[in-house]
Design a protein around this ligand. Structure first.
Ligand SMILES: [Zn+2]
Length: 454
């Protein structure tokens, strides 16, 4: 108890130091020194939460007052974690990077249900040049903690992964410092709370920043997503998660100060998507079973068409390409009649949403079902097609839904103070970071946010 009070007190002191250090930094000094960039994502933090004058996030407020904030950052479709984290560091959308879920969508050859495999090499999953690739190729150093779609990436020097490897340098350092045990690393996600994982990930990010000062650091906080899924956004539980994320954020800023790099560091505090509340669940696979496209065999199901639910959208894949001409119009017409489904897009129509063409990747769904507000999708194969549920948090909806708007705050060495932006696409983050670090991302076509840069 005393420890946590001290920690809060330390953060309050830190805020004063941060604000004065950042605002007092002359542009000429900042540009004369080697720049550092720290990108921090607070998973699922909804931009609309910023409108509350009692939002318990003093560190974020301090960084906003000394930097730039957007009224809402537009995520890409699908408004899901891995696709948007990938866009934040590539500057291209899913039509180019092909990340359509929290991992690689696998269509098993035996016709069984779709799977999403997260632990595949980044080179197989991400079809775009990343900021850390560009940084490493120009001799800059890189670090990441709990970033996603980054498994096996060669160009990350210091890391503590979402699924940490006890043989990596940073887990070894944390074990040596007594912050975590060997056993806890090996069973990191088993029976552990999202708050504890965020705490250890913050310990790891602090360790990397203080000891190794990477030029580019990527850091992802996740508890806000888990809590909002369970309890819905803007609830008392969600507010506690926002406040905790702010304490973690304060520790990152303090780590840059302890490393002596604060006056060269630019912080981007972002979220990957917003959150909405759902009270009805649609299970499209139940409809595919009813139509005979999925059959039960023993204890399992096999089928020629399967849906992968992503919250507010459902991605429908027809494995056999020869059946697509027959099934696409039939299933589009059917799902358009289901209450709670707002629109059904064919793959050709998905292109306007920034989704990939089926000719380019097997990650492109043949149909994309978009839920109406209050509805969401599940992968279930049993039960009713549509059921009511207690209010829960969902994302994945079309990026045109205002509840999906994400957080954008930039503050520190390269950023002008007191800038308030209207809506911006998250496609502009990577070009802005590239501009600060002097990197090239030729496929990222959106302009950097020059209006926020000193
Ligand atoms: Zn997320």
């Amino acid at each position: 108890m005393i420890k946590s009070v001290c920690r809060i007190g330390r953060c309050a002191l830190l805020l004063t130091i941060v604000a004065s250090d950042i605002t007092a930094q002359p542009a000429s000094d900042a540009s004369a020194r080697r720049p550092h960039v720290i990108i921090i994502t607070i998973d699922g933090f909804p931009a609309r939460a910023l409108k509350d004058p009692q939002l318990p996030m003093p560190t974020l407020r301090s960084l906003i007052s000394s930097g730039a904030v957007s009224s809402g950052m537009l995520p890409i479709n699908p408004t899901v974690t891995w696709p948007n984290h990938t866009t934040i560091i590539t500057g291209v959308n899913a039509s180019q990077h092909f990340v359509m879920a929290n991992g690689l969508i696998v269509l098993p050859p035996d016709g069984s249900a779709l799977k999403v495999e997260p632990w595949v090499d980044k080179d197989k999953l991400v079809h775009a040049r990343t900021l850390y690739d560009a940084a490493a190729e120009t001799g800059l150093t890189t670090g990441q903690v709990d970033w996603v779609a980054i498994y096996g990436a060669n160009n990350v020097r210091w890391q503590f992964a979402e699924k940490p490897d006890v043989n990596d340098d940073i887990p070894k350092e944390l074990i040596a410092r007594g912050l975590v045990t060997h056993d806890q690393i090996e069973h990191f996600s088993q029976n552990s709370s999202s708050a504890w994982r965020d705490q250890v990930w913050t310990d790891a990010a602090v360790d990397i920043i203080e000891k190794h000062s990477p030029d580019l650091m990527l850091f992802h906080l996740l508890a806000t997503d888990s809590i909002q899924h369970q309890y819905a956004p803007l609830t008392p539980a969600a507010y506690s998660a926002y406040a905790y994320a702010d304490l973690c954020l304060a520790r990152i800023v303090e780590a840059a100060r302890a490393a002596g790099t604060l006056d060269q560091t630019t912080f981007f505090i972002l979220s990957d998507h917003g959150f909405a509340t759902s009270t009805h669940t649609i299970s499209p696979n139940v409809a595919l079973i009813n139509q005979g496209l999925i059959q039960k065999k023993g204890d399992s199901y096999t089928g020629s068409a399967w849906v992968k639910a992503e919250g507010g959208v459902a991605e429908l894949f027809i494995r056999d390409a020869s059946r697509r001409a027959e099934l696409v119009p039939k299933l589009k017409a059917y799902f358009a009649t289901v209450a709670g489904i707002e629109h059904v897009y064919t793959n050709q129509e998905e292109l306007a949403l920034g989704l990939p063409a089926e000719a380019n990747t097997d990650q492109a769904p043949q149909l994309y079902l978009a839920a109406a507000p209050g509805y969401s999708f599940s992968d279930d194969t049993t039960g009713e097609l549509t059921r009511t549920n207690p209010p829960g948090g969902v994302h994945g909806y079309l990026n045109s839904m205002s509840d999906m708007e994400a957080l954008f705050v930039a503050s520190g060495a390269a950023i002008k103070p007191g800038i308030v932006l209207g809506p911006i696409p998250n496609l502009r983050v990577a070009p802005t970071v590239a501009k600060i670090l002097g990197l090239q991302l030729p496929d990222a076509k959106q302009p950097p946010l020059l209006e926020i840069l000193r």
